[in-house]
Design a protein around this ligand. Structure first.
Ligand SMILES: Cc1cc2nc3c(=O)[nH]c(=O)nc-3n(C[C@H](O)[C@H](O)[C@H](O)COP(=O)(O)O)c2cc1C
Length: 216
């Protein structure tokens, strides 16, 4: 929403996976919202993707991760005259975050409409913050969805981090035993690079926003 229209903060539908200060002498943990963008009815998210990211964030100790699952929100397609409670709750979570990881499927070489609708509900809440991506597809790893998202997030005055994580669900059954983790060493390394860059930008932009107002 533009110019501070966000409503009262309500954390319903949001799982807070970590909180509190960083290691002694370190800056407070970077507040990161993990936005799960797939449509609920067709979504085939990589198993445990949020749990996996949460574990990686926990090992680092410098991130406080919250999950923002679009399936938990009822966001009206037509804009009402005044924001609904769910809309205000959603944008308040965007405002809380100092950085974002967007988890998206690839749908017809782009990202799902539901995700675009949710992204468009925010405006000021995105400004001068970093965004990283975890994508997946069936036939490719979702990189085309990520490239489209980068363009959208440029308009919202964010910084998109270079490294992303891409998962091709075609290969998950063959490579990994049933019940096993799909998160190979390569994916863990990719996620490490993503989180390193997100944290660097997140801390740098936290200081920059505190030093002077952003010029949107
Ligand atoms: C409408 C639709 C379009 C899709 N388009 C693509 C695509 O362009 N590229 C891709 O890699 N996967 C595509 N997928 C697969 C999804 O990214 C995701 O892997 C899928 O939802 C899970 O597999 P499922 O088809 O068995 O549900 C598409 C899925 C749907 C429902």
């Amino acid at each position: 929403m533009r110019n501070g229209e966000s409503g009262v903060r309500d954390t319903s539908g949001v799982r807070d996976t970590s909180s509190g200060p960083g290691a002694s002498g370190a800056p407070p943990r970077l507040r990161v919202a993990c936005l799960l963008g797939g449509p609920a009815e067709t979504d085939c998210r990589p198993p445990g993707v949020t749990h996996w990211l949460d574990e990686l964030a926990g090992e680092r100790g410098d991130l406080a991760l919250r999950v923002l699952d679009l399936a938990d929100y009822d966001l009206p397609l037509r804009y009402p005259e005044h924001p609904t409670e769910q809309m205000s709750s959603f944008t308040a979570e965007l405002a809380w975050a100092e950085g974002f990881v967007v988890v998206t499927p690839e749908c017809n070489r782009s990202f799902p409409a539901q995700l675009k609708h949710a992204i468009d509900l925010g405006y000021d809440e995105w400004h001068a913050k970093p965004v990283g991506f975890v994508s997946y597809g069936f036939g490719c790893d979702g990189v085309r969805a990520v490239e489209h998202l980068r363009s959208v997030f440029t308009e919202l005055h964010t910084v998109t981090v270079r490294d992303s994580v891409g998962i091709d669900l075609r290969f998950t059954d063959e490579k990994f035993p049933a019940g096993g983790s799909i998160y190979s060493d390569g994916l863990v390394r990719a996620a490490g690079a993503l989180l390193d860059q997100l944290t660097w930008w997140g801390l740098a932009l936290r200081e920059a926003r505190a030093a002077r107002p952003y010029v949107a």
